[in-house]
Structure formats: structure tokens, C-alpha cells
Ligand binder design. Structure first.
Ligand SMILES: Nc1ncnc2c1ncn2[C@@H]1O[C@H](COP(=O)(O)OP(=O)(O)OP(=O)(O)O)[C@@H](O)[C@H]1O
Ligand SMILES: [Mg+2]
Length: 212
């Protein structure tokens, strides 16, 4: 099987990039070998694995991005089935753009808020830029922190039709378990019954992404 490289990116801060990258990686690690590359100078993914002390409870190794990210990813592709890259909120560095040339999937988390929707034109620009470098990359919006009873969450569907990026059918709810996993330095898969619904959501996203 060819390695699947999944980059999680959005110029907007706080949309759930790290939460999604970490929990996707934990879910993917149950299907094959997986590693997370932390390319955000904030180092949130790296910190996450340190929260539970040593040894870490987090089921996947997280390594820092090297200056020559392209070469690093090429090396990791010989060792792992899945590589998940947690990107920083600013996508201006050449190395991040170049890593997209090696990625098969670009996941763009989006929150159901007016500000995030207004920023979505920038997401389209980002994806167009990426697709110029890598026409084969599959880019998807992943709706995050959806609240079933909120009018805004419901209103997203109409608003999203105006954006030219496929939206994954599976979406993530706003759930305490995602925050608990981060606080406990593990993934939602390690929370037992407390993380059951979130784990099912993440597995659904993985199935949809890998099946596309
Ligand atoms: N589905 C969810 N349900 C509940 N809380 C969530 C969910 N997704 C993310 N969060 C919380 O939202 C906050 C921001 O998430 P996260 O740090 O993953 O975003 P980010 O896009 O990586 O941020 P940054 O741009 O700073 O890197 C965190 O406190 C996280 O625990
Ligand atoms: Mg982050």
C-alpha cells in the first residue's frame, strides 16, 4: 500500500486542526503504522503527547518538522502507512506549500460561525494554490464543533453550497471528549465509553477520506 499523507490545514486559528490531526492519527494507527509531523511552531501536537507524563499515553509518535520537510516526509513514506501533518495557522512558508505536493489529502476544518464562513474564500484560495502544485491532491472541508440543535450549524449547509470545495459527509460534533483527550494527553479512542461517540465520528471521517 502506498503511504497516505494527510495534511490538516486552515489559515484560521483555533478551528480544530491539532484536535483533528491527533485523533485522526490515533484512529489511523489502529489500521496501520502512523506518525504525526508537527509543523506548527506553537508545538501543540508535541505538547499534547507530553501531558500524560512519560511514557506518553498518546498512541502515536509525534515528531517535529525538520527544515527540509520534503526530504523528511519522503523518508517517512518508506516507513509508515499513514503520515498526518498538523499545519500552523499561517500557510505562507514555502516548506508547508511544498509538503502539500507530497500529500494525498488536505483536510480543512471549518467551524459553524459567521466569521469562519467569511474566511472561507481564503480557504478556496489556499486550495487553488495547493492544487496548482499538486493537481491530484484531494481537498475536503471537515465541519467541526457542530451542534445539532443550533440554527447556525443547520444554516451551514446552505452557506457551504456557495463554496467550491467538497464537504465531507461526516462531521464532528462539539463534544467535551475532544477537550478531555487533549487534557489527558491521549486520544478519544483511549477514553473508553467517554470517547465512544467521538471515536465513531473520527472513524467515519477516516472511512470517508480513505474511500474517496
Ligand atoms: N469537536 C470539538 N469539540 C469540542 N472542542 C473542540 C473540538 N475541536 C476542537 N476543540 C477545542 O477547540 C480549541 C481549538 O482546537 P485546536 O487547538 O485543535 O485548533 P487549531 O486549529 O489547531 O488551533 P491553532 O490554529 O492555534 O493551531 C481547543 O481547546 C480544542 O480542545
Ligand atoms: Mg493547532
Amino acid at each position: 500500500m502506498d503511504t497516505v499523507v494527510i495534511a490538516v490545514a486552515n489559515q484560521k486559528g483555533g478551528v480544530g486542526k491539532t484536535t483533528i490531526a491527533m485523533n485522526m492519527a490515533a484512529g489511523l494507527a489502529r489500521r496501520g503504522s502512523c506518525i504525526v509531523v508537527d509543523s506548527d511552531p506553537q508545538g501543540s501536537a508535541t505538547l499534547w503527547t507530553k501531558l500524560s507524563g512519560s511514557p506518553s499515553r498518546f498512541p502515536v509518535e509525534v515528531i517535529l518538522a525538520e527544515d527540509k520537510l520534503n526530504k523528511q516526509i519522503a523518508r517517512l513514506q518508506t516507513e509508515f502507512d499513514y503520515i498526518v501533518i498538523d499545519c500552523p495557522p499561517e500557510i505562507k512558508s514555502g516548506s508547508i506549500m511544498s509538503v502539500m505536493s507530497l500529500s494525498q489529502v488536505l483536510l480543512v476544518p471549518l467551524l459553524p460561525s459567521p466569521m469562519d464562513l467569511w474566511a472561507s474564500t481564503r480557504i478556496e484560495e489556499l486550495i487553488k494554490r495547493v492544487q496548482k502544485k499538486n493537481p491530484k491532491i484531494l481537498a475536503f472541508i471537515l465541519l467541526n464543533q457542530i451542534e445539532p440543535r443550533s440554527a447556525m450549524s443547520r444554516g451551514m449547509d446552505g452557506a457551504l453550497q456557495e463554496i467550491n470545495i467538497p464537504v465531507l459527509r461526516h462531521r464532528l460534533g462539539r463534544r467535551a471528549s475532544y477537550r478531555t483527550a487533549a487534557l489527558e494527553g491521549c486520544s478519544v479512542f483511549d477514553l473508553g465509553y467517554r470517547g465512544r461517540v467521538a471515536s465513531e465520528e473520527i472513524d467515519g471521517v477516516i472511512d470517508e477520506v480513505l474511500g474517496s
